[in-house]
Design a protein around this ligand. Structure first.
Ligand code: NAD
Length: 495
């Protein structure tokens, strides 16, 4: 699978551009569209339906009708599982096309999309599908003559609003458990990356998900996203995106129908490298991939590195050598190291942070915007050292390939620095001392604390944050809990 292969796949792609509402592919009621641009070339790809409040109303009404009719939730769990597993097979058959679709849509390296992101998204769908007929309910411990059956029942209509950095993954992280639980869903992909979510919706219909059960409404945040957030007939809103927009969803809920809101938001995840780290080479490999994968556009990106002062120069040298492997290149060339930033606007936001870094810290490598073949929005892998813990580049989510390196003298300082953030999504600790690993991980406030690895993800392990990184957990059996309510049925019988 070389560059020519991937360009061939990309040239043969058809782009899904219509919303999916009530089992049909439809334009926006207004007829409005927005232009999708390939950030690696700057060229327009397609015009996509720009859904607004009226389209969201249609989608929610269809979702509600499907829910009330019971066409999905009243199917046997095994029947729902079979439909979702059919969807898994349809998606696997299109893996190269889905990978190329995501690559040209938002600049991701096709190698990563094919080998990791899309493949993992489909595995996660399969994991949840297989869960459908393995969810048990509870019986409460009560005195004789009483039986309380506690069932997890679907909430009704779930709205899902997702970002552009892992478009299909984020859609599946929300939709799969919501569908497994028996809900209807209205999914809004990010305006920067609508295609794989739309294809997911098309394939779901082909697999046998009934009309109205999974609706996809591409559109802008302020219009379609806000309409979902404020809708009076949505029971639950699951959001992944920035912390600032996450806060808006809490407000929308309070100002509308008090729908449940689950937030997966930003991060500024710390890595702590202790002097007893047994494999510095591996640690450097993982830190580099933790900050440069997907151009650093990862919520759990390893963007704050704290190394013990005695290791500083050695570790920076190891990182600089690795940064060489992440040179920007054509995202459709499997030998490229970094893809394009999602769009020119985001690239210039990241470069603003780089400029702040130049003024407040030591630039070790990178620091320049780049083009490939004279076009596109690319940024070199960038490392700053001697960063003050108070500097903007140490505190704010940059969402780009920019690493801030700082030092610590002892364990308690390392823990204090790691926790000195409004975020609490992920953390990584490098040590061969088992007691230190447990001791430090207990004190670091993060939803996923990884020892001797950076940012591991598996469908069996909950993912989500503390503090302003959000609430709720995606993945694992706990994900289904967010899309259900407990209903207690209490029976008194003659004893
Ligand atoms: P974003 O918050 O700008 O957009 C996310 C979604 O919200 C998009 O669909 C967008 O259209 C919509 N939106 C934007 N403004 C809105 C508004 N006013 N009302 C309603 N909806 C609105 O985020 P982004 O730039 O797409 O993604 C990057 C962010 O996502 C980063 O902060 C990253 O950390 C976060 N993220 C978090 C996780 C996680 O699991 N915690 C995973 C991936 C990304």
């Amino acid at each position: 699978m070389d560059q020519a292969y991937w360009h061939g796949i990309a040239e043969a792609l058809t782009f899904p551009t219509l919303a999916i509402i009530d089992g049909r592919k439809v334009p926006a009621r207004s007829g409005g569209t927005f232009t999708s641009v390939n950030p690696a070339t700057g060229r327009a790809i397609a015009e996509v339906a720009a859904c607004e409040a009226a389209d969201v109303d249609d989608a929610v009404a269809a979702a509600r009708r499907a829910f009330e009719a019971g066409v999905w939730r009243n199917q046997a769990p095994t029947a729902r599982k079979k439909v979702l597993l059919r969807l898994v097979e349809l998606m696997r058959a299109e893996l190269p096309q889905l990978a190329a679709l995501e690559s040209v849509d938002m600049g991701k390296l096709v190698r990563d999309a094919h080998g990791n992101d899309i493949a993992n998204a489909i595995d996660i769908l399969q994991w949840h599908a297989e869960e459908a007929d393995k969810l048990y309910d509870e019986v409460s411990p009560l005195p004789p003559g009483n039986l309380a059956v506690v069932r997890r029942v679907p909430l009704g209509v779930v709205g899902a609003v997702v970002p552009w950095n892992f478009p299909l993954n984020m859609a599946i992280w929300k939709c799969a458990p919501a569908l497994v639980a028996g809900n209807s869903v209205v999914l809004k992909p990010a305006e920067q990356s609508p295609f794989t979510a739309l294809r997911f919706g098309e394939l779901a219909l082909e697999a046998g998900v009934p009309a109205g059960v999974l609706n996809v409404v591409p559109g802008f945040g302020e219009t379609a996203g806000q309409a979902l957030g404020r809708h009076m007939d949505i029971d639950c809103l699951a959001f992944t995106g920035s912390t600032s927009v996450g806060k808006l969803f809490l407000r929308y809920s309070g100002e509308s129908n008090m729908k449940q809101v689950w937030l997966e938001c930003g991060g500024k995840s710390p890595v702590l490298v202790f002097p007893d780290c047994g494999n510095l080479e591996l640690a450097a490999d993982q830190v580099a991939s933790g900050i440069f994968y997907n151009q650093g556009q990862v919520c759990s990106a390893a963007s704050r590195l704290y190394v013990h002062a005695s290791l500083k120069q050695r570790f920076i040298d190891l990182l600089v050598a690795r940064a060489e492997r992440y040179r920007p290149g054509d995202p459709l060339d499997p030998s490229s190291g970094l893809g394009a930033m999602v769009d020119a606007n985001h690239a210039s936001n990241v470069m603003r942070f780089v400029e702040l870094g130049r003024r407040s810290a030591q630039l070790v490598t990178g620091g320049e915007a780049a083009t490939v073949g004279g076009a596109g929005s690319f940024i070199e892998p960038t490392i700053f050292s001697d960063v003050s813990p108070d500097a903007a580049i140490a505190r704010e989510e940059i969402f780009g390939p920019v690493l801030s390196v700082m030092t610590f003298e002892d364990e308690s300082e390392a823990i204090r620095l790691a926790n000195d953030s409004i975020y609490g999504l992920a953390a990584s600790i490098w040590t061969d001392d088992l007691s230190r690993a447990h001791r430090v991980s207990e004190q670091v406030t993060a939803g996923v604390v990884a020892i001797n690895v950076v940012d591991p993800v598996n469908p069996a392990v909950p993912f989500g944050g503390f503090k302003q990184s959000g609430s709720g957990r995606d993945l694992s059996r706990h994900a289904v809990e967010k899309y259900t309510a407990l209903r207690s049925t209490w029976i008194r019988y003659r004893h």
